[in-house]
Design a protein around this ligand. Structure first.
Ligand code: TYM
Length: 331
């Protein structure tokens, strides 16, 4: 059985971008793969997080993932900081990755913004820790949204250089699993920017915990252009906002853009937005209700995470201990 690992930062409430790009794949992969899902709190603090808020958001993330269908009986769900193997291997990878490689990372450039000198060193080496998250389990499949593609290419470069430098064939190749539809959900306010749980504007995204009123209001206000919907996907070229809403609809309905346009093409955005809001409410209402139910029992959430961490440690500790011997540490 192939081993899957993926992660999500507890830096806010997950959005439909996280859901469509990653979480819905995670849920499906549990049927066919050995799965590890990691709430990456170490990655979250690469930008300052209020400690009480970080704790609360980690529990909220666990509740939301369970509500989406992550099943702790089949998958290990845990907080990254609880499994020290990630940091141990992360340091070794800091010594493998080249500055030139990190300098090419577009996500660092985006997140650091204009004042790069003020970014944390952690933000800079973020992709090395991400490579370690995967390699600590020698996982081969990584379900993510399109924005993580470059990080996974770097992870393969790091693993290959490690194998080469130490003359071993230890780390396997990592295969990104990126869906065709809605692998990059864009902001509702700007079709050229990614929808993000850490965007300052709540109007830019649909959170998995938004209620029916919030969803209807955000979709109604979502930016669009004046033309009606085309009847084929080719007609979405140069229309990023229209494409985004069609992709969201397709992702949520489990179909593709062509099928959505065959049904809704020719209509104005008013009617389409009503249909989209209705679909989102129908899909998200059960997730919201289950998240609320789970959040009422913090002890249970902590127990699930502790169980997942124990499973993860049992897999990662021997792998990273082996790597430490390969590197030459007295062990
Ligand atoms: P994060 O927390 O930003 O996002 C979690 C997952 O959601 C996907 N995603 C999106 N997909 C489509 N459209 C969007 N607008 C959108 N926004 C986010 C992301 O691609 C991701 O799959 N670096 C990672 C976390 C991480 C990780 C790992 C992932 C740490 N270690 C190891 C895989 C393997 C991140 O910041 O995800």
């Amino acid at each position: 059985m192939q081993r899957v690992l993926s992660g999500i930062q507890p830096s806010g409430i997950p959005t439909i971008g996280n859901y469509l790009g990653a979480i819905r794949q995670w849920v499906a992969l549990q049927d066919t793969h050995e799965c590890l899902f990691c709430i990456v709190d170490l990655h979250a603090i690469t930008s300052f997080q209020d400690p009480a808020k970080l704790r609360a958001q980690t529990l909220e993330m666990a509740a939301t993932l369970l509500a989406c269908g992550i099943d702790p009986a089949r998958s290990a769900l845990f907080a990254q900081s609880a499994v020290h193997a990630h940091v141990r291997l992360g340091w070794i990878f800091n010594c493998i990755a080249r500055l030139g490689w990190l300098n090419r990372m577009t996500q660092f450039k985006d997140k650091a913004g204009k004042d790069r000198e003020a970014a944390s060193a952690g933000l800079y080496v973020y992709p090395n820790l991400m490579a370690a998250d995967i390699a600590a389990y020698r996982a081969t499949r990584v379900p993510v949204g399109d924005d993580q593609r470059q990080h996974l290419e770097l992870a393969n470069d790091i693993c290959e250089k490690f194998n080469h430098d130490y003359g071993v064939d230890f780390f396997p190749r990592i295969e990104p699993l990126i869906l065709g539809e809605a692998a990059r959900v864009m902001s509702l306010r700007d079709g050229t920017r990614k929808m993000s749980k850490s965007d300052p504007s709540d109007q830019s995204r649909i959170n998995l915990t938004d209620d029916a009123d919030a969803i209807a209001q955000k979709i109604r206000r979502a930016r669009t252009d004046p033309a009606p919907l085309p009847s084929e996907p080719a007609g979405l070229a140069e229309r990023p906002e229209a494409r985004n809403l069609v992709d969201i609809y397709a992702g949520m309905a489990g179909t593709d853009a062509a099928a959505v346009l065959a049904e809704h093409g020719g209509r104005g955005f008013g009617a389409f937005k009503d249909a989209l809001a209705g679909l989102l409410v129908a899909r998200l209402a059960p997730i919201t209700a289950e998240t609320t139910r789970l959040l009422a029992d913090e002890a249970h959430l902590r127990e699930v995470l502790a169980g997942g961490a124990a499973q993860a440690r049992a897999l990662a500790d021997p792998i990273v201990a082996h790597v430490e011997r390969l590197v030459g540490f007295l062990a």
